[in-house]
Design a protein around this ligand. Structure first.
Ligand code: ASP
Length: 307
C-alpha cells in the first residue's frame, strides 16, 4: 500500500490485514504503562488539517507518537496557508523537509489524491470534503468486528445526513467489501443523487429498519456544508431520524450503536442512548488510535521489515 486515499481502494485482503494489525497492536499495548513501540523511529509524519478536528487529528498524532515517529502538526490558521499559499506549495515545502507521510484533512473532495501526485511521501486522506474518510471506516469496522465478530452478512443501518457525509461514503464502500449489508435511512433531501447506484438499500423509516439491524450508525448533521434548508427544524429532524431511547429499544439485544462524533446530542442521538452500554462511541475513538497505528505501520514500516 503506497497511500490510503479512499476506502473504495481497499480490497477485503488489505482491509482485513489492516484490521488484524490494529487488533494485534491493541493487544500488544493493553495494560502497558509506557505505550511506546520503536517501529517508526526516525520517520517524520506531518498532519495537515485545513478543517477543524478533535478526534482524527489527536488520534493520528498519538498513533505516530506511540510508534516513536516524529509528528509535526500544521493547520491552515497559523501557517503560510493563512497568507495565501496554495496547497501544492505548502505540500512541496513540507516534502522538501523530508516528510515521510502526510496526513491531510481538507474541505475539497479529491485534495488527498492531488497531494499524492505532488509529493513523494505517503499520503493518508483524513477527510476530504464530502468525499471520503477511510480511517473512520476502518475504525468503525474494527469496532463492529470487536462487538459482533465477523461483518459477513451483518446488517448495518446508517442514518442521517448521508448527502454531506464522507463517513457514510467510506463506510458504504468498506462495509460492502467486508460482506456487510448496508441500509441507508435519511430524509430524501439528505440523500445524494446517484445513491441508487450504491451497494445499499434505502429507506426513510428508521423505526422499521431498527429491529433487523445488527448495528446503527448515526451521522452528524453537517450544518457547515449546508446552504439552504434541508429539513424544517432540528426538532422535526429529531422526531424523524433521531435515535431516541424508545427507538433504540426496537434494536435487537446484541445491536451496536455507533456515531463518528462530534455528536449533536438530543438531535441525532439522545444522551441516554449515547451513554448506554450498547453504544460503542468511546470504543470507536480508542480503536481509532490502533487503526491509525496500523495504517502508518503498513505504509511506513511493513515493506522495510519484509526486506
Ligand atoms: N468527524 C467526522 C468527520 O470529520 C464526522 C463529522 O464531522 O461529522 O467527517
Amino acid at each position: 500500500m503506497r497511500h490510503l486515499l479512499s476506502a473504495a481502494d481497499l480490497d477485503a485482503g488489505t482491509a482485513n490485514a489492516l484490521l488484524d494489525t490494529a487488533e494485534r497492536l491493541k493487544e500488544a499495548l493493553l495494560g502497558r504503562e509506557v505505550r511506546k513501540l520503536p517501529t517508526l523511529r526516525g520517520r517524520t509524519v506531518v498532519t495537515m488539517f485545513y478543517e477543524s478536528s478533535t478526534r482524527t487529528r489527536a488520534s493520528f498524532e498519538i498513533a505516530g507518537k506511540w510508534m516513536s515517529a516524529d509528528v509535526v502538526n500544521v493547520s491552515a490558521s497559523g501557517s503560510a496557508v493563512s497568507k495565501g499559499e496554495s496547497l501544492r506549495d505548502t505540500a512541496l515545502t513540507l516534502a522538501a523537509m523530508g516528510t515521510d507521510c502526510v496526513i491531510l484533512r481538507h474541505p475539497a473532495s479529491g485534495a488527498a489524491h492531488r497531494m499524492s501526485e505532488w509529493v513523494g511521501a505517503h499520503v493518508v486522506n483524513a477527510g476530504d470534503g464530502m468525499h471520503e474518510h477511510p480511517t473512520q471506516a476502518l475504525l468503525d469496522a474494527a469496532t463492529l468486528r470487536e462487538r459482533l465478530g465477523s461483518l459477513e452478512g451483518r446488517r448495518v443501518t446508517i442514518v442521517g445526513d448521508v448527502l454531506h457525509s464522507r463517513v457514510a461514503r467510506s463506510n458504504v464502500a468498506l462495509l460492502h467489501t467486508l460482506g456487510a449489508r448496508v441500509h441507508l435511512v435519511a430524509p430524501p433531501t439528505l440523500l445524494p443523487t446517484g445513491v441508487t447506484a450504491w451497494p445499499v438499500t434505502i429507506g426513510h423509516d428508521l423505526d422499521a429498519a431498527l429491529p433487523g439491524s445488527d448495528a446503527v450508525m448515526t451521522l452528524r448533521v453537517q450544518e457547515e456544508r449546508m446552504h439552504g434548508g434541508f429539513f424544517p427544524s432540528a426538532r422535526e429532524y429529531a422526531i424523524g431520524y433521531g435515535l431516541s431511547e424508545p427507538r433504540a429499544a426496537r434494536l435487537p439485544e446484541h445491536a451496536v450503536v455507533l456515531h463518528p462524533g462530534p455528536m449533536l446530542r438530543g438531535m441525532e442521538i439522545s444522551a441516554a442512548v449515547a451513554d448506554s452500554s450498547r453504544a460503542a462511541i468511546t470504543s470507536q475513538v480508542s480503536n481509532g488510535v490502533h487503526v491509525r497505528m496500523a495504517v502508518l505501520y503498513h505504509l511506513l514500516a511493513s515493506q522495510e521489515e519484509e526486506s
